[in-house]
Design a protein around this ligand. Structure first.
Ligand code: PMP
Length: 407
């Protein structure tokens, strides 16, 4: 009977999906509403996207490659773009990188997913900077890893043993998501030494490199790793470096890359094939056109002053209206200010309800926490909206806090 069939319950989704924290999805959906000021997303300013240049690059790419970029690609990606990225890495680090050190991915998000699949069996250990980028936690959730926080002081005597058990260490040293923090050169070198000693991998996720608001961050951990290497030939160290054009060009190209030793690249490529057969040669060829003439660098130089003005507008308004309740460091790059509740007085999950009433969105700290326990901070974005809209968002946030405190 058809009606009996229709009422038979279908199988449940997998356990990891049922147990995942959906508060970020609620925030992102709410933040997308036209009447809401969103300080929640991690998005660039859409009005600054270089539409004409991407259009011209698309035409140039098709004229240059024709039907070949309309095929399934080699799974490692467009050879000319892999070579360009290898050449840049060689120039920037002083090392030897070839196309064999490079895998193109669908944004660095796919790289995070592939790394989890290649390295982590259920229950195995990841050492991650805490708080952790939500996308990384989401990517690795199906692997059911256990986590330990990255102790940047490196003084905990147990940390060495923890590192020795870890499948990899995850860090965003440049203007981290969610905290905006820039990791010092001393700490980078010290961490690398520990990783080499422990014989594990170090995932250096670097999407915000191009958003340098004050000064420059100095060498990547990959560069330090090159300096530690004594063997000639292509890079064979422990760093798995992730890059992307999402901030330096546009996220819609979905072009990212992994730079790592060739064996790791092969494992990631094999895994990528099982996931999507190959990335889009079409968008990789567009990125190639733009990167060959260093348009990504030029574009970054043009958007940085706009982002700096927006950061300053956020901080001005926050100093005037939020400083009684929250404290923060001024980020010298990236897209976020991490606001911590003074004396843990404000639970940012609970504040959410009042923010909804005031039509302002932020991301609460709990979603960036693998223990789910940090409920006293929030990530505030300053790149997406104009200074006026950002200031209005802070005023709404201040009202939401007042209502929360008097409820
Ligand atoms: N890593 C971090 C730390 C991020 O913040 C993001 C998103 N902004 C990504 C990776 C993914 O970037 P994409 O896939 O757009 O390259």
């Amino acid at each position: 009977m058809a009606s009996a069939k229709a009422s038979t319950p279908r199988p449940q989704t997998a356990a990891w999906l049922r147990s995942s924290n959906d508060i970020s999805q609620q925030f992102l959906a709410f933040g997308g509403r036209a009447d809401v000021v969103s300080l929640a997303g991690g998005l660039p300013a859409a009005e600054l996207y270089p539409v004409a240049e991407v259009q011209a690059a698309a035409q140039a790419a098709i004229a240059r490659h024709g039907a070949t970029i309309m095929e399934y690609g080699p799974v490692e990606g467009l050879p000319a773009l892999r070579q360009l990225i290898a050449a840049r890495a060689s120039a920037e680090t002083g090392g030897t990188f070839t196309a064999a050190n490079v895998l193109l991915t669908t944004g660095s998000m796919q790289a995070l997913d592939l790394i989890g699949k290649v390295l982590v069996d259920p229950g195995e250990l990841i050492v991650a900077q805490a708080p952790t980028y939500l996308g990384a936690l989401d990517a690795w959730r199906p692997r059911a890893p256990s986590y330990r926080p990255l102790d940047w002081t490196l003084t905990d005597p147990d940390f060495d043993a923890t590192l020795a058990r870890a499948k990899f260490v995850y860090s965003v040293p440049n203007y981290s998501n969610p905290t905006g923090v820039l990791v010092s050169q001393e700490r980078r070198v010290a961490l690398l030494d520990k990783v080499l000693e422990a014989g594990t991998w170090l995932v250096e996720d670097d999407p915000y490199l191009s958003i340098q608001l004050d000064g420059s961050p100095g060498p990547s951990i990959l560069s330090h790793s090159v300096a530690r290497s004594t063997r000639p030939g292509p890079y064979d160290g422990p760093v798995i470096y992730l890059g992307t054009v999402s901030k330096s060009l546009v996220p819609g190209l979905r072009v990212g890359w992994v730079i790592a030793e060739p064996g790791m690249i092969q494992n990631l490529a094999l895994t990528k094939m099982a996931s999507d057969l190959s990335g889009s040669l079409l968008t990789q060829a567009i990125a190639l056109e733009l990167m060959e003439r260093e348009f990504d660098h030029q574009h970054s130089r043009s958007i940085v002053p706009v982002y700096r003005e927006r950061r300053d507008a956020l901080l001005r308004e926050a100093n005037a209206r939020l400083a009684d309740w929250f404290e923060w460091e001024v980020p010298v790059g990236g897209m976020f200010v991490w606001m911590r509740s003074k004396g843990d007085a404000i639970d940012t999950d609970a504040l959410y309800k009042f923010a909804v009433e005031e039509k302002v969105a932020y991301v609460p700290s709990s979603v960036f926490d693998f223990t789910g326990e940090n409920r006293f901070a929030m990530r505030v974005n300053f790149t997406r909206s104009s200074p006026e809209v950002i200031a209005e968002g802070v005023r709404r946030l201040a009202r939401a806090i007042e209502h929360y405190l008097s409820a």
